[in-house]
Design a protein around this ligand. Structure first.
Ligand code: MLT
Length: 222
């Protein structure tokens, strides 16, 4: 099995894993513990429309902050306390990247790295592509290190050099935690009073859930 790592864009027609460690991947995994599905929307307007049609809880952020009038932000800790049938989610990067993917699409991060790697090996034909969501097209450290955590469970496969680099970088858990906490995204979340979300997103393998995305709808595979 070939394992490659890319940023912002997906090239695979086989299987991709979208990684947005702070926070969309973590939020989606968390939401699927108490919602039957998550519907993604690229724009705020579309999210509001979809929430009305589906009588859904409306969640989302722009530049990290909760969107005015929405039920909740993109905070996994806040979403953890909610439940219902459908959660509609719009985020700055994660949901936008998902909507441009062509392959089978799973969603992973620190919180479900082991489970998502296991299911990816079952579902892919010959290529697992890990896609770092980044921030507005830019590389960010937390997605690179979150990808490395997943690749740690795929080490016996044929890794490309980006994948090898992220595996090497994510070797030391304490270093990873320190780097993510000092990252540009973490500093932004901290400035918004969302420090505890950073800790939450760094929890390892707390979920066995594997979110699978298809045509705007995310459901849990086990
Ligand atoms: C995103 O998808 O842009 C992120 O998850 C941003 C965030 O809410 O921290």
């Amino acid at each position: 099995m070939k394992v490659t790592l890319s940023l912002d864009r997906s090239y695979s027609e086989d299987l991709s894993i979208m990684v947005d460690a702070l926070r969309a991947s973590t939020t989606i995994n968390t939401a699927l513990q108490s919602f039957k599905s998550v519907i993604t929307a690229e724009s705020i307007k579309k999210a509001v429309e979809l929430a009305e049609i589906n009588q859904a809880t409306l969640a989302g952020e722009r530049d990290g902050a909760k969107i005015e009038g929405f039920d909740v932000g993109n905070s996994p800790r806040e979403i953890k306390n909610l439940k219902g049938e459908v959660l509609v989610l719009t985020t700055t990067n994660g949901t936008r990247v998902l909507e441009r993917m062509q392959s089978k699409v799973l969603i992973g991060s620190f919180v479900n790295a082991r489970a998502v790697a296991r299911i990816a090996l079952q579902l892919a034909d010959n290529h697992i592509e890990i896609v770092m969501a980044g921030v507005k097209g830019r590389f960010v450290l937390e997605d690179f290190l979150g990808a490395g955590e997943i690749i740690n469970h795929l080490q016996d496969e044929e890794l490309d050099e980006m994948a090898i680099a992220s595996l090497m970088a994510s070797n030391d858990k304490e270093e990873v935690d320190r780097a993510v906490k000092n990252s540009y995204s973490a500093r932004g979340l901290r400035a918004l009073g969302l420090e505890k979300d950073i800790e939450f997103c760094l929890k390892r393998d707390i979920y066995n859930t594997v979110p699978i995305y298809k045509e705007g709808i995310i459901k849990a595979l086990k």
